[in-house]
Design a protein around this ligand. Sequence first.
Ligand code: EPU
Length: 339
Amino acid sequence: MLQIEQNVSLKNFNTFGVEALAKYFVEINHEDDLVELFMDPQWKQERLLVVGGGSNMLLLNDFDGLVLHVNIRGFEHRIEHNNVYVEAGGGEVWNDLVNFCVAREYAGLENLSLIPGSVGASPIQNIGAYGVELKDVFHSCCAFEIATGTFKTFTNTDCKFGYRESVFKNELKGQYIIVSVKFLLSLIANVNLRYGAIEQELTNRGITAPTIKDVSQVVSHIRVSKLPDPSTIGNAGSFFKNPVITQAEFETVHAKFPDIVNYPAGDGYVKLAAGWLIEQCGWKGKIIGNTGTWKNQALVLVNHGGATGREVYNLSSQIIDSVYTKFGVTLQREVNIIN
Ligand code: EPU
């Protein structure tokens, strides 16, 4: 029997650790719970917020609707020649999935070690780090359609993945709840060392033929050195996306700032490092009230304790304004802002 609670604190359900109350709260442990829940038309009418690890959202107020916590667990794996299909429940912790695969030498997820959040949230923003994006290893996912009460499978193409983008953030926003994700991994360790710091750290450790365990350990080491641990300092990883601008826009800003950190982003586009832009505006490591930017990575906004969502949001607005004033580039928030 489903239990709908009222006035539940969301502090432990968002990695920023900001306080906010959910008018209604329900935990989903099995996909059938979704069918049961949405048979009652009341819940189709309420505002809905689906949370997994709560690692990519900022709550500005109490939530005047139903918060649905996906806690569907389980791993299944099947080997076919050199391919490994791993399917994980949407409520599994992302890094538990990575560890499950790395321990068995299933290759593909090692560069995505230690990313906070749940498996079910991973396709929504096509998580990525250290030269790999979810779309490189995603096979398909199963999602519950709220309107019809049925389950649908989405292939990699159906998800329309882009840089921190998918169909679930755009045209299908709010319509589906991801219940499980299937990954296509490999028994052949074709390690991806494209991100310079990985090679550097492997060299420091004297490793010349890295295994996927080595890569996972090195990536975890790099993350810990740069990024704050949400269990001690509230944060949601990169707060903004790295802005993608046209080649013509790039040439204008590059002429003024020759050191600007940039990467090719496909035909006629250039990606800039938001962390660099923010640092150049003097924000890195600054503490403003209970909030601020992280001392080792200016792209990460943090809760130093007791910050409200509004405080963090106001800081993000000030950062957007100052980056625009200095560089003429508009930063976009990567984190979901929940009003
Ligand atoms: N930089 C600075 N100052 C800073 C931060 C960065 O000058 O305060 C410069 C760095 O020196 C480097 C460049 O900016 O030249 C890029 O920095 P970094 O390699 O740390 O990566 P990022 O572009 O800031 C992205 C992802 C991260 C991911 C890393 C590593 C986005 C929005 N963020 O950050 O993802 O871990 O690359 O692959 O794409 C996340 O999405 O939450 C996240 C943490």
